[in-house]
Design a protein around this ligand. Sequence first.
Ligand code: ATP
Ligand code: MG
Length: 342
Amino acid sequence: QLAPLPPMTPAFLKTLNTVCQQCYRDFAPDDVELGVREHILQDLESFVKRQFTGARLRLFGSSKNGFGFKQSDLDICMVLDGQETAEGLDCISIIESLARLLRKHPGLRNILPITTAKVPIVKFYHARTGLEGDISLYNTLALHNTRLLASYAAIDPRVKILCYVTKVFAKLCDIGDASRGSLSSYGFTLMVLFYLQQRNPPVIPVLQEIYDEEKKPEVLVDGWNVYFYDDLDKLPERWQQKNLESVGALWLGLLQFYTETFDFREYVISIRQSAALTTFNKQWTSKYIVIEDPFDLNHNLGAGLSRRMTNFIMKAFINGRSVFGTTVKAYPPEYTSPMEFF
Ligand code: ATP
Ligand code: MG
């Protein structure tokens, strides 16, 4: 059982708020850096077209969703003109020949095809910028979930800041790397969005539940409905912001939510509906952290977590709650700035 947190003084909450805002300023890329990413994409697309006529490359992930770091990887999806889906394509041999082609590109290093993963990719390193990236084929759902995340980021500036703070927190606590058995950035972002939807009053609406027609529209991609309300200019007619909390208060609120309030045993972290979804209902009772993908409803982002890793993640949240929730009269001598919290 967790000891209750001491009451927060306005001065402490103000410091916490400054720390969160500063984290965003320190880690967010500027427009120049975003432009560089687009430029690399254009260059790669024209290079790839030499062999794959009709190839189109699209950026997704944090280069596009609004929560990218300066050094975040380039997530690229390749599609071929006139070919709607990957059906009938030999993705593995396309990835292999794409790798052979990319090896001839003078600006790239460390070309590595990975064809055993669920989603086959070619990894590369872009020498001039030091950015790493990968190209997958027909990763169409990822393009849509990137657009969904970007829409939430555009609704309220606090969304972006909290997602950054959570990603930085996860990286520093070593709980944010899916390739090493923990949760992906995407998983943590879904946790932040879910918390913001469940906050009272909510900070963001459930975009997948807002529609103008009588029935929810159906936009099927790979068999899943990817519809969500994306007319953000008109959103104020459908949903009004009533939450006026500071980012600092929301950050501490997030750590409290996942350590004190949210019942992981009973419920699924699901951003597609406002009503509670039970782990029993989904038959996902064997895992403690259960995060439902907003479109691919068979996909639990927490499925790969071991019991050990789950404990490790929960402990990081509990420590975070006490670090960020304990008012300090003076910083210990080794802390020269509030940024040292991170
Ligand atoms: P980072 O800044 O850490 O790179 P990111 O949002 O780009 O953050 P990645 O792990 O690189 O996160 O994933 C890129 C994109 O791939 C995500 O935004 C999401 O669209 C998709 N994705 C990643 N992991 C999953 C997953 N387990 N299930 C479904 N989609 C995923
Ligand atoms: Mg990425």
